[in-house]
Design a protein around this ligand. Structure first.
Ligand SMILES: *[C@@H]1O[C@H](CO)[C@@H](O)[C@H](O)[C@H]1NC(C)=O
Ligand SMILES: *[C@@H]1O[C@H](CO)[C@@H](O)[C@H](O)[C@H]1NC(C)=O
Ligand SMILES: *[C@@H]1O[C@H](CO)[C@@H](O)[C@H](O)[C@H]1NC(C)=O
Ligand SMILES: *[C@@H]1O[C@H](CO)[C@@H](O)[C@H](O)[C@H]1NC(C)=O
Ligand SMILES: *[C@@H]1O[C@H](CO)[C@@H](O)[C@H](O)[C@H]1NC(C)=O
Ligand SMILES: *[C@@H]1O[C@H](CO)[C@@H](O)[C@H](O)[C@H]1NC(C)=O
Ligand SMILES: *[C@@H]1O[C@H](CO)[C@@H](O)[C@H](O)[C@H]1NC(C)=O
Length: 278
C-alpha cells in the first residue's frame, strides 16, 4: 500500500486524535507496554499509557482495568472489538466482536454487519475466515433455529458455504427465504448446523483474523538502536530517541563510513552518543 493511500485511510479517524501531551499517565515514551498477554507497540498504541503518536490512531487500544482484555479505542460503541492476539511478524491480529442485539442485552448477536462497522479502519478481514450468518424477520426453518430469541425475533443461523473472501450476498441455504434480515460475522472455524444451536456464542467469542496494513518505516531497524522508538507522527514514520522526541540520526545513511558487517553496532553507538550529547 502506498504512503498516500494509508494516509487517506487514516484521515477519517484523525478526528479522534487525542493531544499527545495531555494523555494521562503517559511519560512520553513509546516503550512497549503490555495488556494481559498482549505486547503493545508500534504500529499499535495503548491509550492512557502511551502517547497516541506511538502508533496509527485507528490501532489505538484501550486496556480494560489495566489488566485486559484490550479493545480497539476508536469504535462507534465502547468495547466493541476485543483484541485477543497480535502477530507483529505476520502483520495480523485476532479480534472478536463483543456486543448485544439492539434491545436485548443478553443476546450476543450483533445487529450490524461486522464488515460495515470496520469500514473506516485500515485493516481487512482475512479471506480465510468463515461467514457466520444470522437471519430473522422471516420464517426460520427448524434446522437453523437458535434456541434463544433476540429482542423477540426468532433467530436462525448458518455458516455460509462461501468463504469470507467470496464476499457478501450469495444464495442462502435451501429453505431460507431471501427476504430475511441478516447480519454476517467472520469466524475462524466452521461448524455443523446441529452444533451451531449451542455454540454460536463460542464461535463469536473465538474471534476472527484481520490483516493489518503494511508497517510504515523500518521499525525493526529503529528498535535495534539503544533508545530507538518508532512513532507515527504528522502522518509519517519517525525513528525517535527517547521521550524527548529527538530524531535518531538516519542509520542507513551514516555520515562516516560504516565498517562492513557492523551496521548494527554502528546504529547502537550513534543513538547512544546522540542521547548523551543533547
Ligand atoms: C515510562 O518510561 C519507561 C521507559 O523510559 C517505561 O518503561 C514506562 O513503561 C513508561 N510509561 C509509564 C506510563 O510509566
Ligand atoms: C496468539 O497467536 C500465537 C501465534 O499464532 C499463538 O501461539 C498463541 O497461542 C495465540 N494466543 C492466543 C491467546 O490466542
Ligand atoms: C448486512 O449485509 C447484507 C448483505 O450485504 C445485507 O443484506 C443486510 O441488510 C446487512 N444487514 C444490516 C443489518 O445492515
Ligand atoms: C417481547 O414479547 C413479550 C411477550 O409477547 C413482551 O412482553 C415484551 O415486551 C417483548 N419485548 C420486546 C423487546 O419487544
Ligand atoms: C418477499 O418480499 C416480497 C415483497 O415484500 C413479497 O412479495 C414476497 O412474497 C416475499 N417472499 C417470501 C418468500 O416471503
Ligand atoms: C485490503 O483490501 C484492499 C482491497 O482488496 C487492498 O487494496 C488493501 O491493500 C488491503 N489491506 C490490507 C491491510 O490487507
Ligand atoms: C533512512 O533514510 C532512507 C532514505 O532517505 C530511508 O529509506 C530509510 O527508511 C531511513 N531509515 C530510517 C531508520 O529511518
Amino acid at each position: 500500500m502506498s504512503m498516500l493511500s494509508l494516509q487517506l485511510l487514516l484521515l477519517p479517524l484523525a478526528s479522534f486524535l487525542r493531544t499527545a501531551a495531555s494523555s494521562t499517565g503517559s511519560n512520553g515514551s513509546c516503550a512497549p507496554e503490555s495488556c494481559g498477554d498482549l505486547t503493545i507497540r508500534y504500529p499499535f498504541s495503548l491509550a492512557g499509557v502511551q502517547p497516541l503518536y506511538c502508533g496509527y490512531p485507528p490501532l489505538d487500544l484501550t486496556c480494560e482495568a489495566g489488566t485486559g482484555p484490550a479493545y480497539l479505542s476508536n469504535t462507534f460503541r465502547e468495547h466493541l472489538f476485543r483484541v485477543d492476539n497480535i502477530s507483529y511478524a505476520d502483520n495480523s491480529m485476532v479480534a472478536a466482536v463483543q456486543t448485544a442485539f439492539a434491545g436485548d442485552t443478553g443476546c450476543p448477536v450483533p445487529d450490524f454487519n461486522v464488515t460495515a462497522s470496520l469500514a473506516l479502519f485500515p485493516f481487512n478481514i482475512s479471506a480465510t475466515n468463515k461467514r457466520l450468518v444470522f437471519f430473522y424477520n422471516c420464517a426460520v426453518p427448524a434446522e437453523f433455529l437458535l434456541r434463544r430469541k433476540c429482542a423477540n425475533h426468532t433467530m436462525g443461523a448458518y455458516i455460509s458455504k462461501r468463504s469470507w473472501g467470496a464476499g457478501e450476498g450469495g444464495t442462502p441455504p435451501q429453505g431460507v427465504s431471501t427476504n430475511c434480515s441478516s447480519v454476517s460475522v467472520p469466524v475462524r472455524r466452521g461448524m455443523e448446523p446441529a452444533q451451531l444451536h449451542y455454540d454460536y456464542v463460542r464461535l463469536i467469542r473465538d474471534g476472527f483474523l484481520l490483516k493489518l496494513p503494511p508497517v510504515l518505516g523500518d521499525c525493526d531497524r529503529c528498535r535495534q538502536m539503544s533508545c530507538g522508538e518508532c512513532r507515527f507522527d504528522q502522518f509519517s514514520f519517525k525513528c525517535v530517541c527517547g521521550p524527548d522526541g529527538k530524531l535518531c540520526p538516519n542509520s542507513t545513511q551514516p555520515s562516516s563510513p560504516t565498517p562492513p558487517g557492523n551496521s548494527r553496532s554502528f546504529s547502537f553507538l550513534t543513538c547512544t552518543d546522540y542521547s548523551q550529547n543533547q
